[in-house]
Write a protein that binds this ligand. Structure first.
Ligand code: ATP
Ligand code: MG
Length: 455
């Protein structure tokens, strides 16, 4: 049973000035139209923890169509979970109607997964169907109590869990994870991000139910992976995903290397640590970088196998291996093309960064993927995957003037003479996949990937 606690926002150290003016406008308008409305979820949790909320979500008694008719800057989205998005410039305020008990009207799968959740209810019912207690606080910025404006309502003992820094599923964790297995990833993400611990029952159920994540559509899993990458604590989150064996489902090709290959583990860990650092410095991060790092070892191994078994000509092996691992990974989580293309370019550039003669260094430096590929190269050197040296050369190249750049290129060891190639025999295997070879556009007539890196 739920116990209701109410206290002033001031008692929780939360004031109106911490709230987005747009969110306040939305609440005012909904309340004036007679609809009970609150700030809810992450923003209340973060304000209570003294953090700046990422966004401001609102829960209201108004139904989506009613919200839509009140605001002309409104758009209704979502099928599984219908929502209103109200736009103010670049800011979007997400407004959800209170959800009620699922009863017979919500759509669930055989395994108990909620396929659609559009049954509306009261604020108390809405609190019960949220995922974690810490995400179920309701803040009415206009309500008065003890002569003060702003009241927080707590139906789930959320305040105590925030104080004790506990992640706790609302209700029976087993049932709630089965309803929506993504909640397992959310529990881990918030534990990592807030440095909270997952309470025992909520934790134990993850080990038992991790497999249910396989039922989640690949596109939704990718969204969650992205959130994990950019939560600012990706390294911590990753260690926990590994402990809970959730990595096996998210990155089935990478997990064996991460667990058994020290060098690969160090490469991935350092990439995650750097991502967290970049975010804390306010720098840009892209999922394609971490995905390229995560899938590097399986791609390299596949490439080596192709070469060993002569399944593809050497110069095409990387391209084909890249295609293979990306396709396999997309069975677990989708990878939009806008990310898979840069990943392949980063991989391709790993070999090309060694080839700096003539105008090549300059052309590489201008390549849109140069920076990411250079960062990747440094990580590979740091982890001990390859000998250090080339990274330092490129570090210097970027710092010096044009004349010095040219002399650096001249000072490189003499380019090895190309061996004359005998004309290749036509392949008997007509089923060979002739994928466009745009990534190998470096007219590379040798299998350059395997050359020792200079200098
Ligand atoms: P942040 O935005 O800081 O990552 P958040 O808690 O606001 O954290 P959102 O993904 O924005 O997270 O979701 C808003 C709220 O919706 C959550 O706080 C939670 O109450 C509820 N919620 C989100 N996803 C689920 C889910 N899968 N099951 C139940 N409730 C959910
Ligand atoms: Mg949010």
């Amino acid at each position: 049973m739920t116990s209701i606690q109410e206290y002033t926002a001031e008692d929780a150290g939360v004031t109106r000035k911490d709230i987005s003016p747009s969110a306040l406008k939305v609440i005012d308008k909904l309340q004036k139209a007679g609809f009970d409305s609150y700030l809810v979820g992450g923003c209340v949790r973060d304000l209570m923890l003294g953090k700046i909320p990422k966004d401001f979500d609102i829960a209201t008694a108004a139904h989506p169509e009613e919200i839509d008719s009140l605001f002309n800057n409104c758009r209704l989205i979502g099928r599984r979970f219908r929502l209103a998005h109200i736009r103010y410039g670049r800011e979007i305020i997400e407004v959800a109607t209170f959800r009620g008990h699922h009863g017979n009207t919500s759509k669930t799968s055989e395994k108990g997964m909620i396929l659609r959740d559009n049954v509306y209810g009261t604020v108390e019912e809405d609190a019960i169907r949220r995922d974690l207690t810490i995400n179920a606080l309701y803040y009415d910025p206009n309500k008065k109590r003890d002569n003060r404006t702003g009241v927080i309502r707590d139906f789930m003992n959320s305040t105590e869990d925030i104080q004790k820094r506990k992640i706790r599923l609302i209700g029976d964790p087993e049932v709630r994870y089965k309803e929506d297995p993504v909640r397992m990833l959310r529990a881990v993400r918030f534990a990592a991000k807030l440095d909270f611990t997952i309470e025992k029952h909520s934790k134990d159920a993850i080990y038992r139910l991790a497999n249910h994540l396989r039922e989640i559509p690949a596109a939704r899993l990718f969204e969650e992976i992205q959130k994990l990458f950019v939560c600012g604590h990706a390294f911590n989150a990753f260690q926990q995903l590994d402990d809970y064996q959730l990595l096996d489902i998210l990155f089935p090709l990478s997990v064996q290397y991460y667990r058994s290959d020290k060098i690969n583990r160090s490469l991935i860990d350092q990439a995650l640590i750097n991502t967290d650092q970049r975010l804390s410095d306010g720098k840009y991060v892209t999922p394609s970088f971490l995905l390229a790092v995560l899938l590097w070892a399986p791609m390299q191994e596949k490439k080596a196998l192709y070469i060993q078994h002569k399944e593809h000509p050497d110069y095409q092996a990387m391209n084909q291996a890249a295609q293979y691992v990306i396709l396999k990974q997309t069975k677990a989580s989708s990878i939009p093309k806008r990310y898979s293309t840069p990943m392949r370019e980063m991989w391709d550039l790993q070999a090309r960064l060694a080839k700096r003669h003539g105008n090549r260094a300059d052309a590489l430096h201008q390549h849109p993927r140069f920076r990411a590929s250079y960062d990747f190269l440094l990580l590979r050197e740091q982890s001990g995957e390859i000998e250090p040296g080339l990274g330092e050369w490129w570090t210097k190249y970027q710092e010096v003037d044009t004349e010095t750049k040219q002399s650096m290129v001249r000072d490189l060891k003499q380019k090895p003479k190309k061996r004359k190639r005998s004309p290749r025999k036509p392949r008997s295997d007509s089923s060979q996949n002739n994928e466009s070879n745009s990534l190998n556009n470096e007219a590379n007539s040798t299998s350059s990937d395997d050359q020792p890196l200079e200098p």
